[in-house]
Design a protein around this ligand. Structure first.
Ligand code: PBG
Length: 325
């Protein structure tokens, strides 16, 4: 007559629920992506990402210190240059905005956090693609790799602890690993954007980096319908020496995170991208979702799927909530 099994027993009090909770969310598991724009004297709001700023060099330093004090696991820096050109010269220039910002942040916070940087040309090119173009206007994989190698060494020299190649060029992890080793940066790590999809969820990021892109990235980023292909990408990156692998976006790709976690023998990261941020902020601003509960649930789900580390624009705020308990 009565149920012989009562799972609700373990949900009865907050103490019971806490005791049997399977998934943790801790500040050190979260990485804060940050934007710094050349020539700014004051930070500029990114309208499609309420609460996110394009930093000036000065405000970046301060925000980096605040993030470290909040206890986040690391910072991922993106640079926005004043001038763009066909080959993304600002990316390899030691005085380019991203390299300058890395030196600033490193001198401010040193080894007290993990300083990461984006290895990709899209922020620096006048066509907005992640690599250089060939005579037919296609992204030239191998010519791009040569630039990534130079860009990676410049970032390591500027103080990045971990580099995040995000351009989805074939062989990028191996080429960057080789270049770092040759330049004496054997200890600089690589967080490979291994499974990165040609996603509409990157929309607001385009505003954040003043992207010049017309068209799309379907010839190098993955088809959202594919998962077997992701596992191939992950395996290749592991073979090429990735220290960590990433799936991106996160919430619409929880199955890919799970599948990656099952085959990876290195830590798995997931990137809760700009569109995931914008959706929740917009719904919360309309009073349609409980902001804090929704953010916490989304992050917990990404962790439950198998991500050890989550890149999230809410890292500092959530770290504060976790401290409050
Ligand atoms: C490429 C890069 C992108 C993002 C991170 N690195 C844009 C793209 O691939 O189009 C997107 C991050 C986000 O949407 O929050 N440098």
């Amino acid at each position: 007559m009565f149920p012989s099994h009562r799972p609700r027993r373990l949900r009865r009090t907050a103490a019971l629920r806490r005791m049997v909770s399977e998934t943790t969310l801790r500040p050190e598991q979260m990485i804060l992506p940050m934007f710094v724009k050349e020539g700014l004297t004051e930070p500029v709001a990114v309208s499609s990402m309420p609460g996110v700023l394009q930093h000036s060099r000065d405000s970046l330093r301060k925000a980096a210190v605040e993030a470290v004090q909040a206890g986040v696991g690391g910072l991922m820096l993106f640079g926005v240059p004043e001038k763009h050109d066909a080959v993304g010269s600002g990316a390899t220039d030691p005085d380019g905005i991203l390299n300058v910002a890395l030196r600033d942040v490193h001198s401010e916070v040193g080894d007290s956090t993990v300083i990461m940087s984006d290895v990709c040309l899209d922020e620096f090119t006048d066509h907005g693609h992640c690599g250089v173009l060939d005579a037919h206007g296609n992204v030239d994989n191998d010519a791009t790799l040569e630039i990534y190698a130079e860009m990676a060494v410049a970032q390591a020299r500027a103080g990045a602890h971990v580099l995040g190649p995000s351009g989805m060029m074939d062989g990028q992890v191996g080429v960057i690993r080789g270049a770092l080793d040759d330049a004496g940066f054997q200890d600089t790590g690589i967080l490979a954007y291994s499974a990165k999809y040609a996603s509409a969820f990157f929309g607001p990021f385009r505003e954040a980096v003043d992207s010049q892109l017309k068209g799309d990235r379907k010839a190098y980023q993955q088809d959202p319908g594919n998962v077997r292909e992701s596992l191939r990408e992950v395996q290749l990156d592991l073979a090429e020496g990735a220290d960590m692998v990433m799936v991106k976006p996160a919430l619409a790709y929880l199955d890919v995170i799970r599948a990656t976690a099952e085959i990876s023998d290195v830590p798995v990261a997931a990137y809760q991208v700009s569109g995931e941020y914008a959706m929740i902020e917009a719904a919360a601003a309309n009073g349609w979702l409980d902001r804090r509960r929704t953010i916490t649930e989304a992050l917990t789900s990404i962790r439950r799927a198998g991500a050890d580390i989550v890149l999230t624009y809410w890292a500092v705020e959530v770290a504060g909530w976790l401290r409050e308990g």
